[in-house]
Design a protein around this ligand. Structure first.
Ligand code: 6CS
Ligand code: FE
Length: 298
């Protein structure tokens, strides 16, 4: 029996010298076809590709309800100074709202909806809790994107997430076109962990959520991965859902079109993977970015 403990650092990153990417040690799919709505073929595809797109995941009337909820939240001036609201550097428009289930009962219920919760439990093979939720607005004309990154690299380094046993569900509330800042993913890239160079600055989250510069892979690594894996894009009508592994390499471009690209992101973590001390940062990030109480979501 190995003496490995949850605090062992299986995914060292934010190093002082270059370390080559290496194979992920842990599964992508932790559950079985009997554990939830995904069948054996879908689970195999998710294990290999690192993401799954479900068209018509929520109905058009539900989309309208959540769109109205987003408008209510962006229209609520009292929220502007709330630490959960991140604004665009250039325009000052709302870029993201974190821990949005605390601000919206509708979104709190969506995270507990069996269509969502049963799939998260199946992929992670356990009870789950919300590690992070956010709404990305990606407004028209001035929406700025997110450079290539692995979410898990940040969640491991800055939040103390031990293993890549977390999954994100992104639900499109506006049509995701190829040209309005749609999420790009490298299929299969989740099977490689890319250690990054450079220590985490104090209070990094105060800048990284506007533009991430620490923890991002080198251009050489991105070039190699893009050639090996290719790049897919999450496009589809409002109501589509993208389930993607915590370690998949992804990013999005700017949005200079008039068409906003608004999504709800819900990040589920296994209750068996609860946050420890950050593996590469001096202090944990605030709870609204990385929830630290791993009570099973019901
Ligand atoms: O740092 C984070 O937790 C957030 N940053 C990005 C770019 N994606 C994942 C996550 O929402
Ligand atoms: Fe991300």
């Amino acid at each position: 029996m190995s003496t490995a403990t949850m605090t062992d650092d299986h995914y060292r990153t934010r190093l002082t010298e270059v370390m080559e990417p290496y194979a992920r040690e842990h599964p992508t799919v932790w559950g079985t076809p009997d554990d939830g709505p995904f069948d054996a073929e879908e689970l195999t595809a998710h294990e290999q590709r690192g993401f799954t797109i479900l068209q018509d995941f929520i109905a058009p009337d539900e989309v309208m309800t959540y769109r109205q909820e987003l408008n209510r939240l962006t229209g609520d001036e009292s929220l502007r100074e709330d630490e959960r609201v991140i604004t665009e550097r250039a325009s000052g428009e709302v870029r993201s709202i974190f821990a949005v289930q605390q601000l919206s009962d509708l979104i709190d219920q969506l995270a507990r909806d069996p269509r969502v919760l049963d799939r998260a439990r199946q992929l992670l093979g356990s009870e789950v809790y919300l590690h992070q939720t956010r709404i990305n607005y990606m407004p028209g004309f001035k929406g700025s994107g997110f450079y290539w990154h692995s979410d898990f690299e940040t969640w491991h380094a800055e939040d103390g997430m031990p293993l890549p046993r977390a999954v994100s569900c992104s639900i499109a509330l506006t049509p995701n076109f190829p040209y309005n800042g749609g999420l790009m993913v490298m299929p299969g890239s989740h099977l490689t962990f890319v250690p990054s160079l450079g220590e985490t600055p104090e209070d990094n989250h105060k800048s990284s959520l506007k533009e991430q510069t620490v923890g991002v892979p080198s251009q050489e690594v991105i070039t190699d991965m893009a050639h090996r894996h290719g790049i897919d894009q999450f496009t589809g009508p409002a109501g589509s859902a993208l389930w993607f592994d915590s370690n998949i390499m992804h990013g999005s471009g700017n949005n200079i079109t008039p068409f906003p690209r608004s999504n709800i992101f819900m990040v589920f973590n296994s209750v068996e993977n609860e946050l420890q001390e950050p593996f590469a940062a001096s202090a944990p990030r605030p709870d609204h970015i990385a929830h630290r109480d791993a009570q099973p979501l019901r």
